[in-house]
Design a protein around this ligand. Sequence first.
Ligand SMILES: Nc1nc2c(ncn2[C@@H]2O[C@H](COP(=O)(O)OP(=O)(O)OP(=O)(O)O)[C@@H](O)[C@H]2O)c(=O)[nH]1
Ligand SMILES: [Mg+2]
Length: 196
Amino acid sequence: MIIKKTELSAVAVSRKQYPAPDMKEIAIAGRSNVGKSSLINLLLNRKSLARVSGTPGKTRTINFYDVNGEFRIVDLPGYGYAKVSKTLSASWGDMIEEYLRDRPNLVKAIQLVDVRHVPSAQDIQMYEWMRHYRLDGLVVATKADKVSKSELSRNISAIRKTLKLREEDVVIPVSALKRTGHDELLNTIESILKEG
Ligand SMILES: Nc1nc2c(ncn2[C@@H]2O[C@H](COP(=O)(O)OP(=O)(O)OP(=O)(O)O)[C@@H](O)[C@H]2O)c(=O)[nH]1
Ligand SMILES: [Mg+2]
């Protein structure tokens, strides 16, 4: 797939702000600071289409990126940022679940987890939602440049176990810094769009 044209087409906190469901969508979920925005920039070959920051909790809205006028990548708000109040984090949960539940053109959700850590309780909860809505099956282990090869395979086994992945589920290690995993992820997305 060649990425020709990308644009931020909508920013939403509730369903009335979603764009028309006229293109397939693939959502990106994960805790705050896991690397969702960086992954989107890597995938879409744009330096700063999605805002990346050292301040966790940057993306507080659902951001819809149109790609080639053919499909959308959807950046979900990051969860699990400690400094956010309980009420606000509950509303984030509602925001994410409303989107997962009510979006007919959503064909897949990609769960991001930091390759250095065992998935958190919230990662497990997020992945359970994906499973419930039959959007699961693809996990990206981010920041792959931060671990050695042996740690990488050990940690991916731990991620598989914690999220209770099936054999056929896919975990792709990615580094937005070194561009590792870029082609594999893009090819996987391409086949999801063909099937879905
Ligand atoms: N070393 C390394 N750092 C990364 C990688 N991906 C992201 N980062 C860094 O991790 C931090 C968070 O990245 P973001 O892409 O903003 O994370 P996010 O998930 O969008 O965060 P929120 O918008 O807060 O939910 C930034 O400082 C990035 O530069 C990676 O593959 N390798
Ligand atoms: Mg972000």
